[in-house]
Design a protein around this ligand. Structure first.
Ligand code: AMP
Length: 190
């Protein structure tokens, strides 16, 4: 299996690039943010709970997120591989993902970390709010909080994968096509 962690701060381009990677490598795309937003729209108990964190730009608690992710992976047991987009966001989530994949006799192949400067992220998120309709993209205070939680809780996940020699940093600026080609090159070099 080819299992990719597509990593990076909010606004780094994970969703856009995931679309291209799933097409080329025939992978299942698991975006925890997208799954939460589907629950939110359908007003499920999980959606109602997640909303209280998402609306203010905080992380949904690990136990809830990990259980949801596990259920999604198990649903696709015949997959050629997965792109994990927006997950793991904490070291506890990374450990849980390793355990889950181990129980399925597989593992993470590579972590691709999209690197984009903070000023550029803020610009992109505010621009995205106009098309995405996402409340958490429209408010500069919430954007600020999401970026600071990324720096504090999520960025350390890079060291987790670096210790396994799986981290590849990818310049996340330039045209969408340029970034896609950098990602393809890193995967094809595996
Ligand atoms: P995203 O679409 O990845 O920007 O995620 C939107 C929001 O969903 C985040 O700000 C969090 O509130 C929540 N979320 C998504 N993925 C996770 C995760 N792996 N752990 C905790 N919360 C998450």
């Amino acid at each position: 299996m080819l299992n990719i962690v597509l990593f990076g701060p909010p606004g780094a381009g994970k969703g856009t690039q995931s679309e291209r990677l799933i097409e080329k490598y025939d992978l299942i795309h698991l975006s925890t943010g997208d799954i939460f937003r589907t629950h939110l729209k359908e007003n499920t108990p999980l959606g109602i709970l997640a909303r209280t964190f998402m609306d203010v730009g905080k992380l949904v608690p690990d136990e809830v997120t990990i259980e949801m992710l596990k259920a999604e992976v198990v649903l696709h047991s015949n997959a050629k591989g997965f792109i994990f987009d927006g997950f793991p966001r904490t070291n506890a989530q990374a450990e849980a993902l390793d355990e889950l994949l181990q129980s399925l006799s597989t593992e993470i192949s590579i972590m691709l970390s999209l690197e984009v400067e903070e000023e550029e992220l803020k610009k992109r998120l505010l621009g995205r709010a106009e098309v995405s309709g996402r409340a958490d993209d429209a408010d500069p205070v919430i954007i600020e909080r999401r970026i600071s939680i990324y720096n504090q809780d999520t960025a350390p996940v890079k060291a987790f994968y670096q210790a396994q020699n799986k981290l590849t940093a990818i310049q996340g600026t330039g045209t969408i096509d340029e970034i896609t080609h950098r990602l393809f090159a890193a995967i094809d070099a595996l």
